[in-house]
Design a protein around this ligand. Structure first.
Ligand code: BGC
Ligand code: ZN
Length: 372
């Protein structure tokens, strides 16, 4: 069957013929892949800057943002049946008995770094026709989300971030979601850095949670993105015409920053304007461009005197997939056009090189492995 694979030692990637998988345990499910999204991680992998093939394989089948249809279920599968739609998680636990996170099913917090990731680290991914996966790594998706559910995995990044944000802000009870009938809470100014898929899905999640949300982006020719952001009831500020100080002035006390650019210079510019009791969330993985200068005394003073917190977050657990699936349904109800417009274009697998090499603009490009 066809698969998109990268051969790091040969510095090439291609559509290859990959052996069809078979059910090997009674709790496994066979899936026909429908959609596989492309993100920055995939582009890094096909430019040989990231990613590792499984032991003994010359190549890695890429793809980790998935949507599939169940075509066969092992005899001990209880939650899925043929015809169901499912999105798979990405990370698999490390083998170390003392890794309490992995042993608890929370490999998104793996201590050893010996976890594997489908389509990224030591495990083949989903950009292929058929996949076999254990039921525990699959999340049931309603049919009504068929056209947009490939956005579930990138949305899980925001779900895990916002879940942690609420845990942190338990320290400020007046910030927590208001009870029905209560006035909107204080501390609800959110700033999203970046208007790619992770940023826009983060903006949707924050808007859904009642944040007064501003998206700040350098996107040139962003008229349609600006309109998309405004349709969420959020604000759009152009980085080309407004500097970070001007941005901060417009927002007031910046309570939350959701960083989705992966550029440390912008991030640390913004951290200097983080508000009192503010939380700054890193989701981007920058390249190694070398040191920049930052006023560390000012940073440290502010962190102490303004009770600030910076945290980073990666990957997601099954609970975040469940939240993403349910929130995506809410997004579609509230902003049907905005959600659909996040998916720019679907490509057949034979044309995968075009979006993977960054030759097709837009928000989220998808490899469509099936017409239905
Ligand atoms: C994926 C995460 C993964 C991370 C690091 C991201 O693109 O969405 O699931 O953990 O890359 O490999
Ligand atoms: Zn990704």
């Amino acid at each position: 069957m066809k698969a998109v694979a990268v051969f790091p030692a040969e510095r090439r990637f291609d559509v290859i013929d990959h052996p069809e998988p078979r059910l090997a345990s009674p709790t496994e499910v066979k899936l026909r892949m429908l959609d596989v999204g492309i993100c920055g991680t995939d582009k890094e992998i096909v430019s040989f800057n990231y990613g590792t093939p499984p032991d003994g394989s010359k190549y890695l089948v890429i793809g980790h943002e998935s949507l599939a249809e169940v075509i066969e279920a092992g005899p001990k599968v209880t939650q899925l049946k043929p015809g169901d739609l499912a999105v798979a998680t990405v990370r698999r636990p490390c083998p170390v008995p003392t890794c309490i996170a992995c042993r608890a099913g929370r490999q998104d917090f793996c201590y050893t770094g010996l976890y594997t990731e489908r389509g990224i680290m030591c495990r083949h991914g989903y950009m292929t026709e058929l996949v076999v996966e254990d039921e525990q790594y699959l999340n049931l998706v309603p049919r009504t989300l068929r056209d947009v559910a490939v956005l579930v995995e990138p949305l899980t990044i925001a779900e895990k971030a916002v879940a942690q944000l609420w845990q942190i802000q338990q320290r400020l009870p007046w910030v927590l979601p208001p009870e029905p009938g209560e006035p909107p809470a204080h501390g609800r100014n959110a700033l999203v850095l970046g208007a790619g898929p992770v940023g826009l899905l983060g903006a949707m999640k924050l808007a859904l949670e009642g944040f007064d949300t501003t998206v700040y982006s350098r996107t040139s020719g962003a008229e349609n993105i600006e309109a998309l952001v405004k349709s969420l009831g959020a604000k759009f500020v152009h980085a080309e015409t407004t500097d970070v100080a001007g941005l901060a002035e417009q927002i007031g006390n910046i309570d939350v920053v959701y960083e989705a650019v992966g550029a440390s210079s912008l991030a640390f510019d913004v951290i200097q304007h983080l508000g009192t009791n503010g939380v700054f969330i890193f989701t981007g993985v920058p390249g190694r461009r070398g040191p920049i200068s930052v006023d560390t005394d000012a940073l440290m003073r502010d962190h102490v005197l303004k009770n600030q917190i910076i945290f980073g977050t990666v990957n997601a657990a099954p609970i975040h997939f469940a939240h993403a699936i349910s929130d995506l349904g809410s997004f579609v109800e509230r902003w049907p056009e905005a959600v659909r417009s996040l998916i720019t274009r679907r490509f057949p697998i034979e044309q995968a090189a075009e979006p993977l090499e960054g030759k097709s603009p837009g928000i989220k490009n998808v490899i469509a492995l099936s017409e239905q």
